[in-house]
Design a protein around this ligand. Structure first.
Ligand SMILES: C[S@@+](CC[C@H](N)C(=O)[O-])C[C@H]1O[C@@H](n2cnc3c(N)ncnc32)[C@H](O)[C@@H]1O
Length: 352
């Protein structure tokens, strides 16, 4: 997964393919409509109001669509940040972000800065939309009481469609086996994912968050749903030209590979760094609490074409059959006294 997504010049996120948006392989919420970023701005503004530094740090900014709409929303709320830092490992996507911001938010150029590593300290709001699902994961199988890590082998007899790649297994290293033992249900022939790298990212980031809060938005579940006995084939998923499939050996480097996020593990990683869980809700109540419908109403009269288009995008963001329920928002905070409009309509912290 690491090589297929990130190897320089060849990996999905490190080579020139279009990736996000209508002409690419998948469309994220901020790509779909700026109303997502305008709504998220309400929660980000509330976090900034509780900090002195008023920085925003966005992880994995994709095409820059969220940065542009979030800055517009913060400007409308008279709550612009002192800095808008973007940590983006893909040089290709950095260029797209620069181009997006140059056309959509040229007057904010002075506050936007690209960084290569996590800053030593952050005083403000961190936001990461669909980033944790893109962090390379381990796939582990429980079979006859033992744990095996799934890996990739080359088999001459494998189909040309798979470039000679096949799944192979070896005994899981002790650390991974122990983690699987503590999380997987007692079901034989059970495959799922463990993502210590994503947990480490959240923990490292948490340690550097001096004050403020981080918002992680992604598809995923709390642990008891993630490792449900019936989810016996895991959550590894691929996207190629708006089709989802589960075969990572087809078009490696041209296909996005992801796994759902175990939000309980991310919350625990935050707690190890001394953070508190400020909130955990599905995307629909988060966006409703952040006035998404008020944003929609401001698009134009209900019979106008822009409104009708925006209403169908909002429906995708909110519908439980689309992104409203599968996507969750986790807030990890350092500061007391933050207002949580996005978490006011529902509270699923007890399910973590
Ligand atoms: C699925 S895209 C989401 C893009 C964007 N946030 C959006 O919602 O449209 C995943 C993004 O995460 C970035 N990414 C991957 N690993 C990362 C890491 N360790 N730190 C920060 N960003 C990362 C990718 O390069 C890409 O920009």
């Amino acid at each position: 997964m690491e090589l297929a997504l990130y190897s320089p010049g060849l990996g999905y996120y490190a080579a020139g393919a279009t990736k996000l948006g209508h002409a690419g392989d998948f469309t994220t919420a901020p790509e779909m409509t700026p109303l997502f970023g305008h709504a998220a701005a309400k929660q980000v503004a509330a976090i900034l109001a509780a900090t002195e530094g008023r920085q925003v740090l966005e992880l994995g900014a994709g095409t820059g669509a969220l940065a542009a709409s979030l800055l517009a929303g913060l400007e409308a709320a008279s709550s612009l940040p002192s800095h808008y830092l973007i940590l983006e490992p893909s040089p290709d996507l950095r260029e797209r972000q620069r181009a997006t911001l140059a056309t959509q938010a040229p007057h904010h150029a002075a506050v936007v800065e690209w960084i290569d590593t996590l800053p030593a300290s952050v005083d403000g709001a961190v936001i990461a939309n669909e980033v944790l699902d893109a962090i390379p994961t381990h796939v582990v199988r429980r079979r006859q009481g033992a744990f095996f890590e799934r890996g990739v082998a080359i088999a001459p007899e494998a189909s040309p469609l798979h470039h000679g790649f096949v799944w192979d297994e070896r005994p899981a290293p002790a650390r991974l086996a122990a983690l699987a033992q503590s999380r997987f249900p007692e079901v034989d022939d059970y495959v799922s994912e463990l993502n210590p790298a994503a947990e480490a990212l959240v923990e490292h980031l948490g340690r550097r968050l001096d004050s403020g809060a981080a918002l992680f938005i992604d598809y995923g579940f709390p642990a008891h749903e993630y490792y449900h006995p019936q989810r016996a084939a895991g959550t590894l998923m691929c996207h190629y030209r708006h089709r989802a499939h589960d075969d990572p050996f087809v078009y490696p480097g041209l296909t996005d590979i992801t796994a759902h996020v175990n939000f309980s593990a991310m919350a625990s990683a935050g707690k190890r760094a001394g953070l508190e869980v400020g909130g955990f809700v599905a995307q629909a109540p988060f966006l409703l609490g952040c006035d998404l419908l008020e944003g929609l109403a401001a698009v134009g009269p209900p019979e106008s074409v822009p409104y009708i288009k925006a209403a169908s995008q909002v429906q995708k963001l909110l519908s439980p059959a689309e992104m409203g329920e599968l996507f969750k928002v986790l807030a990890l905070s350092r500061s007391p006294g933050i207002a949580w409009p996005g978490f006011a309509l529902a509270d699923r912290r007890h399910r973590l």
